[in-house]
Design a binder for this molecule. Structure first.
Ligand code: PA5
Length: 446
């Protein structure tokens, strides 16, 4: 379904360098399968494609059907790992214009992924005069951004449908026992789905966290799990020659050790944009700690060849690219013949626009390689559900292995707390520690 192409890496990474990582890879592999590494309480994603909760999976499908029948707008409230994977799936498998397409599934709006009053107001405006269902997703059940958005949408639904009517339209995805959201769901009687204890937010797209919104969009979640399951099987071997996920993890570590501090994920299909957003969170939160980590960035080509292309070609040589080459993009479109040929493009007449896109890809890989930018190519078979599931598992596994090779705990995110502490203090959250911090921060701000 996806394959690593190392053709353009030869000047930057040698076969011997890759082989020299064998012991480190075995170490990382052991940590995952024997649960002996840091963060080993969060390895549930590793076996998820085979041991996911089948009863809950069927309940997700039923809830998705109910949602599809009862609303024109489905609002998904969540931030970080609690929305990026679902949005990535909808855009990758369907379209980045999903909401604008004519379809028999609801429009899907994502809310609670910022604290912008304007963004929330705009989403509310889009819900006016529409039948609406809401899925609030928070593993911890205490994250401020989705909690604020949920307050707003709960009030909106209760005013529109009454408390009992709203209850039928609110779906909660959270921890099985902990958190304010779980307590509220129990008290109000909302239908609830569980993000397993041993799966952290950014590894949770194949749990109900991602699967419910994905299913509402009419995407076949059985196929997604089949793709993930195939990947789990194919990438279970600890053999650096065979295992592309492990090779990807090693190659990026080698490049990092040679001063390549930024990895730019590139794709020539705009529908991949949110896959890159999901990947950035996965890798950034997993590896960026203890003063280490590759900075994950992304571009959409050829769009960004007219924006960031210059700096990628000739700027500081601290970057490398991971380029996703989708072999079977969904549609074909042929360039029309034009009598006047004012733009001189009749040599393209009758050719598929995909061919031009492919040539842009090849031309750019060669140019960037000449410009001393290492290019890792990942060939993806298609935009199918199965390929999506396969790719998710590939990147999750590679991320865990890469983090262990780097020497960090790939499953925690202690740095995320810093802004939260300050924000709560500045907002005046009660408590002695908050008051003290508030005074200190205000002195610094004045
Ligand atoms: O990967 C993570 O754990 C985070 O990015 C979370 O997904 C994000 O902070 C949202 O957390 P929660 O689902 O608890 O609201």
């Amino acid at each position: 379904m996806i394959k690593l192409n190392e053709k353009f890496l030869a000047p930057f990474v040698s076969k011997e360098e890759i082989s020299s990582y064998e012991a480190k890879v075995s170490g990382a592999h052991e940590k995952i399968i024997n649960k002996t590494g840091e963060g080993s309480d969060f390895l549930g994603w590793y076996t998820l494609p085979s041991d996911y909760n089948k009863d809950e999976f069927e309940r997700i499908k039923k809830a998705a059907e109910k949602i599809r029948k009862s609303c024109g707008v489905f609002v998904v409230i969540g931030i970080g790992g609690s929305y990026l994977g679902a949005r990535a799936a909808i855009e990758y498998v369907k379209s980045s214009n999903y909401n604008l397409l004519s379809k028999d599934t609801p429009n899907i709006y994502f809310a609670g992924n910022s604290i912008s009053a304007s963004a929330l107001n705009e989403t509310l405006e889009l819900c006016k005069d529409k039948d609406v269902c809401v899925n609030v997703i928070s593993k911890s059940g205490t994250t401020t951004e989705p909690a604020v958005a949920f307050r707003v949408f709960k009030e909106f639904l209760e005013e529109k449908y009454g408390k009992n009517g709203a209850k039928e339209r609110i779906f909660v995805t959270t921890d099985k026992a902990r958190g304010a959201l779980k307590s509220m769901a129990d008290k109000e009687g909302y239908e609830t789905f569980v993000i397993p204890d041993d799966i952290g937010g950014r590894y949770s797209v194949l749990t109900p966290c991602g699967l419910l919104p994905i299913a509402v969009a009419g995407i076949d979640i059985d196929e997604i799990m089949a793709g993930a399951s195939l990947a789990a099987k194919e990438f279970s071997v600890c053999d650096l020659e065979e295992n592309d996920a492990y090779r990807y993890a090693v190659i990026r570590n080698i490049l990092y050790s040679k001063g390549r501090k930024t990895e730019i994920m590139a794709c020539y299909e705009p529908s991949y944009q949110y896959m890159s957003e999901w990947w950035k969170q996965l890798y950034g939160e997993s590896e960026g700690k203890d003063g280490k980590g590759i900075f994950p960035a992304s571009v959409v080509y050829s769009t960004d060849l007219h924006s960031l292309g210059q700096i990628i070609q000739q700027g500081e040589r601290t970057i490398f690219e991971t380029v996703i080459d989708i072999e079977n993009p969904k549609n074909k479109l042929f360039v029309p013949f034009d009598e006047e040929n004012a733009d001189g493009l009749n040599f393209l007449a009758g050719k598929d626009v995909n061919d031009a896109n492919k040539k842009a890809f090849l031309a750019t890989v060669l140019a960037h390689s000449d410009g001393n930018v290492p290019n890792i190519i990942i060939e993806a078979e298609s935009r199918s559900e199965k390929c999506y599931g396969y790719m998710v598992y590939f990147f999750e596994l590679a991320c865990a292995v890469s983090g262990y090779i780097l020497g960090v705990n790939p499953f925690n995110q202690p740095g995320v707390e810093a802004y939260k502490k300050n924000m709560f203090a500045l907002l005046g959250k009660p408590g002695e520690e908050n008051e003290k911090r508030k005074a200190e921060l205000e002195a610094r701000l004045s």
